[in-house]
Structures are given as C-alpha cells and as structure tokens.
Ligand binder design. Sequence first.
Ligand code: GAL
Length: 845
Amino acid sequence: MGSTGAGMSAVEVGLLLLFALTAGCCFGANVTYDQRALVIDGRRRVLISGSIHYARSTPDMWPDLIQKSKDGGLDVIETYIFWNLHEAVRGQYDFEGRKDVVKFVKLVAEAGLFVHLRIGPYACAEWNYGGFPLWLHFIPGIEFRTDNEPFKAEMKRFTAKIVDLMKGKKLYASQGGPIILSQIENEYGNVQSDYGSGAEPYVKWAAAMAVSLDTGVPWVMCQQDDAPDPIINTCNGFYCDQFTPNSNKKPKMWTENWSGSFSSFGNAVPYRPAEDLALSVARFYQLGGTFHNYYMYHGGTNFGRSAGGPFITTSYDYDAPIDEYGLLRQPKWGHLKDLHEVIKLCEEAMVATDPQTTSLDSNLEATVYKTESGLCAAFLVNLDMQSDATVKFNGNSFNLPAWSVSILPNCKNVALNTATINSVATISKFVRQPSQEGTIASDAFISGWSWINEPVGISSDNAFTKLGLLEQINTTADRSDYLWYSVSVEINGNESKTVLHIDSLGHMLHVFINGELAGRGIRSNSGHEVSRDVPISLIPGENKIDLLSLTVGLQNYGAYFDTVGTGVTSPVQLKGLQNGSTFDLSSQQWTYQIGLKGEELGLSSGSSSLWVSQSDLPKNQPLIWYKTTFDAPTGSNPVALNFTGLGKGEAWINGQSIGRYWPTKMAPTSGCSDSCNYRRIYQPSNCVKNCGAPTQQLYHVPRGWLQQSGNVIVLFEEVGGDPTQLFFVTKEAQSMCSSISETHPIPVSMWNSDEETRKKAGPTLSLHCPFPNQIISEIKFASFGTPRGKCGSFSHGPCSSRRALSIVRKACVGLRNCSIGVSVNTFGDPCSGIAKSLAVEASCR
Ligand code: GAL
C-alpha cells in the first residue's frame, strides 16, 4: 500500500494521530509574541483561558472539568504549581494522585487545549503560606522574595525542577506539548516597594533565571510594571481594559480576571454577576487585549490544611463558571460560552489590526477593528450605570442597556450584548441523603459512632520545656494547626476571682484550667490580635494552665507575609489575686507540645484500637475524635457533608482530609441582598450571600474518595458538637429557566447561517438538561407576553398567550434539549404593539 504524505491510508493517519496524542503533541511548536498577541506557529491568536488548580479537585474530576472548559469555549487552562504540595520535605518530591500535575497537563493536551503553567514558585492563591514550604523559612540567612542568595538558590532549584519535569515529558509547546506560557513570581509589583533596594535586582534576577531555563515559550510576570524584556508584564484585577504593557512590543494580557472571590470564615460569601464579568471581558478584547484568563474557571476545594489565611474557607468555589462540585454554574457558564463564541467570530479582524475607538456621547463609545481587506468587528459600549441608550452606528440604531457591551462581529449585527443573557439558568438544591429515614440519620447509623478523647494539655513524649513564650509557626513549622502551651502555678489559698490575661497573635486559642475549658478567643478577620481576660478560679496547691493555640491557614499575601507570627505572646498574667497583685507567667518555664495526641497516633485513618463505642457518646464537649462508617449516597451526583451540629475541626473520609470545618462561624447578619445590582464597578462586598448563616455549612466529599460501602469518616471536633446530626447531601438540579425577549440577538450558533435563515429564526429560547442522561420532564411555567419575576418565581403579566404552556410542553417534554422561536409566529400575538418575551421554567429527570 504505497502512500505518500498526501495520500496516507486511514490506518496510517490513525497511527500518526495516536502517536501525536500520546506524545502530547498536536500543538504549535513555536510560540512567540508581538505587540498584538501571542503568536503560535506564525499566527496571532485571541486566546481565552481559565484557571483550574489541579490540587483543588481530584484526578477523577479532571477530565470532566477540562471538557466543560473546552465546551465553554476556553483555549487555555491555567494552573499554579504549589511548591509545598510537591516538596513538603526538602529534597523529597511528590507528584502522585492529586499532585500529579504532569497527568493534569497531559489531560488538558488530550482535550486539545493549551496550558499556562504559573510556576511562581510563590503562588499566593489563598493557599497555605502562599505555596512556600515551611522548611524554606528555616534556611539560615534566608529572606523571601528579595535579592537574597539562599532564597534565590532554592527558588531557582525548584523552578528548574518543574521546568525539567515538564521538559522530560515533552510538555512545552516548543517540544510539541500544550504549555504555551509560564509565569515566574506572582504580583511582586504590588508589594515591591516594601522590599527596598533588594527588590529591583530580585526582579531582574528572577526574569533572567526564568529565561535561562530555556522553555522555548514566553514567560509572564503579573502585576509587574517593570518586568524586564522579554518577560511580558500582565494585569490582574476585576477590570483590566485600561492596562497597557510596559513595551510596545508586548501584547496586552490579563492573567487574572476574578470571576467572583474567595470566602473567609466569618464573612458573607461573595459572588459576581455574569453580566458584569462578561462586560469586563468584552471591554478587554474591545480595547486591544488578546489573552484573558478567568481566575477561577473552577475554584474547587481547599482539601486538608491547604487553605491560606488566616480563615480562608475550605470551599474555594469562587463563584466560578464551574462550581466547586464540578457542575456548570448557569447562566454564568453559558453566558460566557456565548461571549467566547462571539469573540472568536471577531478574532480575524482583531489580530489583523489595532482597535479604533470613538466616543459617541458621554459614557458611550464604539470600537472598530477594520482592515483594508474588508474585515470588520465592532464593540458598542454603554458605561452609564443607570440609563440605557440608543446609539447610531454604521447607519443603524442600536439599543445599548446600561453597563453593557454589544459585539458586532460583522460591524452590522449584534451577536451578543453582555447584559442580555440568552443562556439557560439552573437552580440546584442539596438533597438530604438518603431522603427517607434509613441510614445516616437513622439510629443504626448514630449508634455506629465511636470516639476518643483528646487529652487536655501535654500528653506526648515529644513535649519539651522552655523558659518563656515561643512564637507558634517557628515552633510547629506548621506540622500541625495546634500547639499546646502549658504551665503550672502554685497557689496558696483559694483564688476564685482571678483573671487570666492572655495576649495572642491568634488565630485562635482555647484556655483550660485544671483540665476544664475556661474560655476561648478568636482573632477577628480584620487581623486584630486575640487579647482576653478570662475569669478563672484556682485551687490551693498546683494549678495547670493549658493553652491550646491554633492556626487556621497561614498567611498567603502581603509584603513579608512569611514572617507574620502567631501564638501566645507576652504578657500572660494572673490578675486580681487576693493580695491584689498581678503574677506574670510570661517568662515562666512552659511546656510545649506540637500537635495533638490523636495526630501523633494517626487517628485520622480510623484504624486504631483505642476507639470507644459505648452508648454514652460524648456530645458538645471539646477535643473529641469521632468515627463512624457509612455507605456512599447512591447515584452519581456530587456529595457534600452538612456539618449541622458540629463546631469546628477537621474531617477525613477514608483517610483523606476533606478540610477544616467550621459551621459555627457565622457571616454577619446584614450586608446581603436578594439580588445584586451589576450596573456598577464590581467589588466583592457589593454582592454577598449567606448573611446570618454559617459562612460554610457544606463540605465537598469527592466521589472519587468513596467506595460503595464501609467508608470511614473521622472527625476531630475541637470546640464541641453532636456528630449524630451530621448528614450527607447530594447536589441536584431543581429547575432550569430561561427568559428571552423578542429583541434578543439570535443565538450565536446561528451566526454563520445566511441572512434569511437568521431572520426567520429570530431570538430563540433553548433549554438543555444539566446532567447527562436527563430529559426534560416537566414544564412548570411558560408565558409569552409580559411575564414577571425571575427563575423560580415567574408569574404571568397582564399580557400572556394562553397557548404558551402547551406549545412549550409539546416542543420540549421528553427531550434532552429543545429550542423555541420567541416570536408571534410561534405563539400568536397576545398584545400587539407591545414588546413580548417568553419565560419558561422546566425540570429535568
Ligand atoms: C491575586 C493573586 C492570586 C489570588 C487572588 C485572589 O492577587 O495573584 O493568587 O490570591 O489575588 O483570589
């Protein structure tokens, strides 16, 4: 079978493709840049990227997350590398399981997407200690992130280690792999001035070091105005349209567009409306940007003790287009997908020329990308935060809602307006499992709990004594959240009205007097120290004072964040003693224990002979380990644990930590509103939810960590709770809705059809069930006319076609997807001369 290149047999083509895939190939080998864009194999590209941090989900979730990113219109997946995850002990590397970044990068390649690898190795990212391993702090003479030899040596070693790892697997685009871009450092420019004269040489060194590693692809530094050539300085923020790179030879790139925000225990949970996020993206591409990244596209979960802090929640959902559990967040995901399709329709014009912007009036502008060869794409913008406007452009009139951008890929027709959502919205709910009486909530399950008391005070052979008070992180090296400070005092008489004064840098402290809890203190989120006067009573003779000081995620941001201390500080005093004196304990002989006895015994695995399982299960008492077994909730929907009844601690499923839990930490009662006005400059405090409720009540239990039955759950309950109240939930879609008006643009998917077909189609309402294998089972509501309300609470307006419900039912029930033309042709005209819309709420089964 003679075959030349042009005439290969199907088998040969197949083999070539297979080789290309397994070699992680199929990508442009040559990545460079010019003033407009990244240039891949000689072609300028408009690229849309999204952050997914591999360690914030499980490997079994990765393919689906990547596929959903691809379906959402992404070209690139961005991830940080977390140094402390891979080299927790100096010189001992770990790239297994959730740490298998090579596998993650290969999966992205297999999906046909590119990778932006942000090596850092400082990450920030609300990740414990910003991603630095704690041992780094103990290297003699080290100073982080400045012109310091010990630091630079370690930074270079680890950066080179990652580059070599990727090179060894041929994962750089220059080798045929998917990695088209890498980042060195992270937002150093934001804190640089605090580092004085060491800063500039450090930036230059970091740039030169990165370039010397010869990856064959460009490097970026974000928020680094003085990034030395050839490093591209990029922008991070909620808006980056006004950003310009530091040289006219570099493209305008946005490495972090915050799709929402992170949350902290004790705060309300922020979210960012899809309309505003879409506006920010459209504005960036309007004004010459060609690379944009959502931070986050999937936020995921801070498993184990990986959350930064202090007080970053275990959930890192971020209000991202894919939610913590890996489900599409609709309409956000769908609206952005539509936006990406429209931006891609403009790509050719955008990369061929520079944008030309003209003002149409105050707050109104038009930007055109137009070439002599006849390409034309336009962006029409209304930045007024209240008033809609009508603008004249290219001989036509266009209605522009307030705070929105309309995109016209041919300079004639609007393909999308950022404030006009065509995508379906879904309302999901967490359903208690099992829904009937039976397992987890049943007596059988409850009586299955066993427990172990964590001793108060010193119990380990590894305890040691020191004069005076030690700083916590320097003492524990973050091997545990917990450090016991223990001291004995001899008292002559009865001291029933004494006060123990404690100063602590936080993050939290429990005070025990003679084995009994006497008080606690929590540092406020705004960073104030814990200072407490705890009323105590002491007995004649020896009294034990045990202070359990703990961290809730180490600092990850700010100049010198690595040196911020925690733990008990001077003075610790007994005040108001009977003789009127104050007794200072600060410089006494203290005994220290790093971590809990239960940690030393490895109780989190569940396999210890010490578990007690009598019927008098202790409840609402501090410092108790609990354990039970359970069957996995049936089905394939994502699983979470509802921590109702528990206080604070950490939980493990089959030996894997699902993170710190703290359902008793409440968000403030005020500051939330039902709906958030997107027509303004977004700040996380503008749009928050969960007021008056726990910041985080539900904790993700990855399906990949569960087996059908015999799963073990272990909790360490620190403040006191009732584990029998714990229950599982699964996340399920409740309803989907859509509301489309006669004036909406036609669906983007119709854009390439001829004028006639497009006109005929008009705006279309599409429904599709969120989960595979689901069909539309019921149309709960349908109204064509002037319907009111929003998804979940639609109602008929004064004008409403009687036939709407039956028409929509006929078109949709029993199908996975359906589309209905939103026009009088479909429904007849219930009120001529009035602008009408179609609103539908449906459910899937
Ligand atoms: C940026 C930082 C990210 C992340 C983000 C907030 O400043 O680069 O790593 O911390 O803020 O979520």
